[in-house]
Structure formats: C-alpha cells, structure tokens
Design a protein around this ligand. Sequence first.
Ligand code: HEC
Ligand code: HEC
Length: 428
Amino acid sequence: MNRTKLVSAILAVGALLSVCDAPSACASSDRDDWSASERATILSMRLKETGDRPADPSNAVERLPEAARLGQSLFLDTGLSSNGKVSCATCHQSGKQFQDDRPRGQGVGVGRRRTMPVMGASHSPFLFWDGRKDSLWSQALGPLEDNLEHGSNRVAIVQRVSAHYLKTYEQLFGQMPELGTLPAAASPNGSNDERASWAGLTEIQRDRVNRVFANVGKAIAAFDRNVSYGESRFDQFADALAELSDQPSILNPAERHGLKLFLNQGQCSTCHNGPLLTDFAFHNTGVPPVDPKAPDRGRADGVQKLQNDEFNCLGRYSDARPEQCTELQCLVADAADQLGAFRTPSLRNVAMRAPYMHAGQFSTLDEAIAHYAKSPVAALGHSELARVGKTRHDRQIVRLSSADIQDIKAFLESLTGPVVSPDRGEAP
Ligand code: HEC
Ligand code: HEC
C-alpha cells in the first residue's frame, strides 16, 4: 500500500468509527448534530449560567459568614424540636442530596409531601412545592412550628436561642430584646393551649418573640444559600459544544439522543429549562394524588398562605423595602391554573434522589418519564399536558417508546454532579 492509500484508508476507518483528533473537522461534525436553537438551549442549561445567587433584600445578614455558621448550628440542632430528636438535617441529610430518599418527610410525624433538596432553593422566588414562602428565611420558620416536622413553637425556639446561642446571636443581631416572663410553649400556629398562651402575651412580647424567631430563620437561610449543585458531565459536554471542540466521549450516543428527546419530542425543556433545569413556575401535570379523596391543592393554597404570612417580604420582619418585593407585589391570586399545580423541580442530580414528585408518587425515573407519555387526567384542576382527545394549542402529545424513555433517563443521569456545601453540613 502506498502512502496516499494508507492515509485514505486510515481516514476512512477514522470516519467510520467517528474517531477524530483533528479539532476543526470534529467541531463542524458536532455542530451539525445540533440545530442553532438546540445549541442555544443547551448552552443556556449550563450551571455556570446560574450567575451569582440573587441577593435577598428581605434578609440583611444573608451573606455574612458568621450568620451562616450560626445557621449551620441551628440546622443541626435537635434541641429545636419537641422530642429532642429532629433537626433540619434529619430530613435534609448531607449524604443524601440534602433530602431523605423517603416518599414523604418524617420528623415528629409523617408529612404530606416529599422532602425537597436544599440545593438550588436560594434561586427560587417561591419556596416549597406550593410556593407558600417567598424567602429562604421565612421558609425555615415553617418546619420549626410544623407539628409533623420539628413540632416546636416560636416561644420555645426563642428561649433555646437565648440559652444556647446568645453570644453569636447578639453579635449578629444586636442585643436580645427584653422578653419578660414567657410560658414554656406559645405560638399562633400551635395546639389550643399554645394558641391560648400566645394570646395571653402582650403585643410587645409577641412582636419581640417574632423578631427573634425571624432572625433564627435569617441565620439558617445564610447557611442554606451555601449549599449548591456542582458541575455534571452534561456541563462539560455543553462547554465543549460552546467551544466547538468535539468530545463525543463526554456524552454517549444514548445520552445525546436522550437530550434531543428532552429538547424536542418530549417537550421537557418547556418547563425544565435554564441552568437548574427548572422555570421555577407552577404547573399542573396531572401527577396522581396519594389520596384521591383529598387531593393536594398545591399552588392554589400556597398563594393564599403566602399572602397571609406575617413573615413574607412585605411583613414587618422583612428587611426589604416594599418596592423590592416585586414577586409578592405581582403575585396573581386565584388563577384557575394554580389548582393542583406544583413547582417544577430542578433535574440536577435527579437520578440520586428517588422517589419522585411532590409526594414520592413514582419510585423510579422510568415511571416519572413515562408519566409524560401517559398524560393522565388530573384529579384536581386541569393538566397542562396534551393527551389523546384533548390537544392543546401550545403542546403536542408526548410520544415516547420504551427505548426513548431509557435514553431520556440516560441523559438525566448525566446531570449528576457533586453537592457543594461549606463542610457537607456535618456538625461543625
Ligand atoms: C420532617 C422532615 C423535615 C424537616 C425536619 C425539615 N424539612 Fe425542609 N422540607 C421537608 C419537606 C417535606 C419539604 C417540602 C414541603 C412542602 O412543599 O410542603 C421541605 C422543603 C424545604 C425547603 C424548600 C426547598 C425549595 O426548593 O423550595 C428548604 C429550603 C428546606 N426544606 C429547609 C429546611 C430547614 C432549614 C429545616 C430546619 C429548620 C427543615 N427544612 C426541616 C422536610 C423537612
Ligand atoms: C408543563 C411543565 C412540565 C413539562 C413539560 C415537564 N415537566 Fe417534569 N415536572 C414538572 C413539574 C411541575 C413536576 C413536579 C410535579 C409534581 O410533583 O406534581 C415535574 C417533575 C419531574 C420529575 C421528578 C423530579 C423530582 O425531583 O421529583 C422528573 C424526573 C421530570 N419532571 C422529568 C421530566 C421529563 C423527562 C419531561 C419531558 C418528557 C418533563 N419532565 C416535562 C413540570 C414539567
């Protein structure tokens, strides 16, 4: 074989195997795999596009390292619970993606919904599956008084903070206010006895307790915001695509095909988009309720709760000026599509945290993906997904073969990266 023939034979084999070490040639072949709009969407899904976590104007201590340190201690403190056994880390475990792998959170009792990961939460304008909180600090106050989670009450929390964290508390928030004689337990949200004791406090006492309680949430939020996602193989792939360098080894053919389906046929990226693969919006996708007799109303109730929450952005314990509370000011209440709607979850690290959906309705990713092809009728409200006999102008019926489902699953698995936290949330 002469030299020219040898070279062309090698080239032919190279083309056949897609083996390629000439960057420019590969760049063009890779570019050809993706349309301009697919490419733009893929690049917009890179973690680095998240940018800086938006500052929360309602929390003045949010960025202070001392607040984060206090927040971490509080996050791990089982003494803040009614039975001395539950902390935030009981359900949000650092070794389990800051969640608990259970269908529904288990604290003092078993709750109605699945534990969400802490990662990504600081980017969301509304917290929880139903968005009933509008800041991380106000979110943190919920579990403390929830009778199925910490099962405690704000007066007990404030007394524990005075007894165990006084010095750090005062360094951050100034002098602990004079609280007078307080009962062991009192809260506007608690048992009949706790509510009666709360009503028995003076207005000044109630205000001071609320202020310290809010500050507890603000310190915890400063910790929460340091818990985030790290880059995945998908991000490396998208970076390579951005640089037009060909690295087919980063995502294999099944994963690439899964990504194609995710962007097109599956219509997944209409809701799961941006760097965290969520639009942070609320959608009814017809996920079957756990109890068909009492389906979860989701966002419809969340909006009402948020508006009535004394710890929202417009409330007196917020550090924001009213004009900074744009999300709350522009809130649409009573929209029909809020009934049975839940917040689109991030799909980062999703393969690491079965079961899925707001109450762990699906135990595997296969089931979660197949749900979109089944598109069941919603038990409450109306599903946004199209289905046979009920087409929608903005959506096509999602048709996925079982091989397609496996490929989408393979793509979702490529979204797994490390969890980044100050010291993985372990005891300091
Ligand atoms: C009993 C288990 C349990 C405990 C204890 C608990 N959580 Fe949660 N967490 C959950 C569940 C369940 C949800 C979702 C609840 C819902 O949507 O109604 C959640 C949601 C969250 C979210 C919302 C994430 C998002 O993206 O919207 C954050 C943040 C969070 N918890 C932090 C905390 C902190 C901080 C504490 C301690 C003060 C805490 N949790 C205590 C189970 C728990
Ligand atoms: C109309 C918006 C929308 C579309 C389109 C959509 N999703 Fe979702 N996705 C959601 C919402 C909302 C939830 C949470 C629903 C619930 O808990 O009731 C969710 C949940 C999930 C979950 C579970 C995640 C978790 O942490 O529990 C997975 C996996 C998922 N979607 C993948 C996909 C895939 C794959 C597609 C495309 C085939 C897709 N989604 C299309 C809005 C959407």
